[in-house]
Design a protein. Structure first.
Length: 141
């Protein structure tokens, strides 16, 4: 007869297998913020992180982005020539990427209704690490 703890171990292994290969696409132009987010994702989650410094790089390498098949977009709100919402909308116009959810991090005052309408969690800087990890896990679980 199997115990409850054996069942929990099987469930944990199943969840770990499900999370293998999941990818977060990060758009962040500030090197120190990008490094901190990379370290956080690598040390606290089972997910892979692919970093782009700006939206131009993403669109220049759009075939690579589509081939990566990201599971989550993690965007800084202020990018070099557009906002995270503009980038999200443009990427969602691409068939292979229209299903990808997003989280936006910002230090700016923004219209939260726009995020709510798109079902995008908005995390204010300076952010609580646990809040960001919860948002990531909630979306990718």
């Amino acid at each position: 007869m199997s115990s409850g703890s054996e069942n929990e171990i099987i469930q944990d292994k199943t969840q770990a297998k499900k999370n293998e290969g999941r990818t977060i696409l990060l758009a962040e132009d500030d090197v120190s913020n990008a490094d901190m987010l990379r370290l956080l994702v690598q040390s606290e989650t089972p997910y892979q992180l692919v970093h782009f410094t700006n939206e131009e790089e993403i669109f220049h390498r759009i075939d690579d982005v589509k081939a990566t098949r990201p599971d989550l977009f993690l965007f800084d709100y202020r990018l070099s020539s557009m906002t995270a919402l503009d980038l999200y909308d443009r990427l969602h116009n691409i068939a292979e990427l229209q299903h990808v959810p997003a989280i936006v991090i910002t230090a700016s005052l923004v219209n939260e209704e726009e995020f709510t309408r798109r079902n995008i969690p908005l995390i204010q800087k300076p952010f609580d690490v646990d809040e960001l990890l919860r948002a990531i896990h909630q979306i990718l679980a």
